[in-house]
Design a protein around this ligand. Structure first.
Ligand SMILES: NC(=O)c1ccc[n+]([C@@H]2O[C@H](COP(=O)([O-])OP(=O)(O)OC[C@H]3O[C@@H](n4cnc5c(N)ncnc54)[C@H](O)[C@@H]3O)[C@@H](O)[C@H]2O)c1
Length: 248
């Protein structure tokens, strides 16, 4: 029997990058995956490429920046699939800009997706988990929320907020059988990271003790573990997966 047989996982930001790897890893572990992304076409392509049938992987188009849309999407999930067992808050909006140049609109866009949506979606989903007395939440934060980095004001602050939020949810939901944990990766080998170019990437990698960046699969496997049956005594934790780039 696979680790997550019979479980349903809702994964946000599933269309590309780490989200794709998360969907595959959860499918491999036996889960049914409801995959949310704002990019309808890429999300459908992602689902097709897994080769899983339409019952195992269910792509849905949802804009997490819109709280009404978020509530409607979740109501549809509940109606079609019942309460989910696992929520992975992976969707994100990155912003790399000197602090003088960040506009109020950009600040809001980053916070709306990375933090506000995580709060409201987690609250919706864990309301149902609480009624059932069990559930798992895994949040994708970042080393940017732990260590200061020039040009990372909005993104870093939102990710730091997500780490704090995970701890508050863990404290409030522990008595209801729900665990909430956070993964804080450094650079992951995704098209977005590759787009900085070989030279920049080599310079950044040189600062990592293990001398490379993470594969998406390494990060996804950690999420599966935290969502699984052996992780019931882990909650409110932040898992650094950064090749030693930050030791604390
Ligand atoms: N890539 C890295 O090196 C790295 C490092 C540290 C942390 N992380 C974190 O890991 C997670 C995945 O990173 P990634 O590199 O795969 O990101 P990405 O930008 O490649 O993908 C993010 C996904 O979220 C979706 N999304 C964005 N806004 C949305 C919205 N309003 N509604 C619904 N979906 C939306 C995008 O369409 C996309 O598919 C993120 O939380 C990111 O902050 C990534």
């Amino acid at each position: 029997m696979a680790e997550l047989d019979g479980r349903t996982a809702l994964i946000t930001g599933s269309a590309r990058g780490l989200g794709r790897a998360l969907v595959r890893a959860f499918l491999d572990a036996g889960a049914r995956v409801v995959a949310w992304d704002v990019d309808e076409e890429a999300n459908r392509a992602m689902a097709r490429e897994t080769g899983a049938d339409g019952d195992r992987v269910v792509p849905m188009t949802c804009d997490l920046a819109d709280l009404d849309a978020l509530a409607e999407c979740y109501a549809e999930v509940r109606e079609r699939h019942g309460a989910v067992d696992v929520l992975v808050n992976n969707a994100a909006r990155a912003l790399t800009k000197p602090l003088w140049d960040i506009t109020p609109g950009e600040w809001d866009q980053v916070f709306d997706v990375n933090l506000r949506a995580a709060f409201f979606l987690t609250r919706e989903v864990t309301g149902d988990m609480r009624a059932r007395g069990s559930g798992r939440v895994v949040n994708l934060a970042s080393i940017a929320g732990q260590a200061p980095r020039p040009t990372g004001a909005a993104y870093g602050a939102a990710k730091a907020g997500l780490i704090a939020l995970g701890r508050v949810f863990a404290a409030e939901l522990g008595p209801h059988g729900i665990t909430v944990n956070t993964i804080a990766p450094a650079m992951i080998d995704t098209p977005m990271v590759r787009s900085v170019g070989d030279e920049v990437l080599a310079a950044l990698t040189a600062q990592v003790p293990v001398g490379r960046i993470a594969t998406p699969e390494e990060v996804a496997r950690l999420a599966v573990y935290l969502a699984g049956p052996h992780a019931g005594f882990i909650t409110g934790a932040t898992y650094d997966i950064n090749g030693g780039a930050l030791m604390r």
